[in-house]
Design a protein around this ligand. Structure first.
Ligand SMILES: [Zn+2]
Length: 158
């Protein structure tokens, strides 16, 4: 059986370690990489290294960020008494795209899954509990109230 040269096999094996990448996809990516000009590959490598070097978890909400705390937690125009708990950073981005939520977030980086042995200890919950203290939040009756109420004369208030 004809095999690829050792560096190609090594690249395919590394690509197969990525999520959702099987053997055929890894081969396709490896050949794409071999055809790609060095300058393009350097941009990809730089982007990967930059993410690894600059991105950290926000100490308040666990969002992925390049500044500490993240822009959402640092914002003075957001309602810090309303916390939207999401599973992953991409869920936060999806909510943000709606432009309708003006509170803050807490990112768990996963969800409970007894089958995969993911319990509460595997989720980023420790820094959520202090954020839920009553002094940090509106009373529940207010939490259920819409953020703005229109008056008959057309102006809005909280
Ligand atoms: Zn944050």
């Amino acid at each position: 059986m004809l095999e690829y040269a050792e560096p190609i096999t090594k690249l395919i094996d590394e690509l197969k370690r990525l999520p959702s990448i099987g053997h055929k996809s890894a081969q396709r990516l490896a050949f794409h990489i071999m055809r790609t000009p060095d300058s393009e590959l350097e941009r990809l490598i730089t982007a990967i290294l930059e993410v690894k070097q600059r991105i950290v978890f926000c100490s308040i909400c666990n969002n992925l960020t390049d500044i500490e705390p993240c822009r959402i937690c640092a914002s003075t125009s957001r309602d810090h008494s309303v916390i939207c708990v999401v599973e992953e950073p991409h869920s936060l981005v999806a909510v943000e795209k709606t432009r309708s939520f003006k509170g803050v977030y807490h990112v768990l980086h996963g969800s409970l899954s007894p089958i995969r042995h993911i319990g509460p200890n595997e989720l980023h919950l420790a820094n959520l509990l202090p954020r839920l203290k009553p002094e940090n939040n509106r009373p529940p009756a207010q939490a259920a109230r819409p953020a703005r109420h229109a008056h008959r004369d057309g102006d809005a208030r909280r």
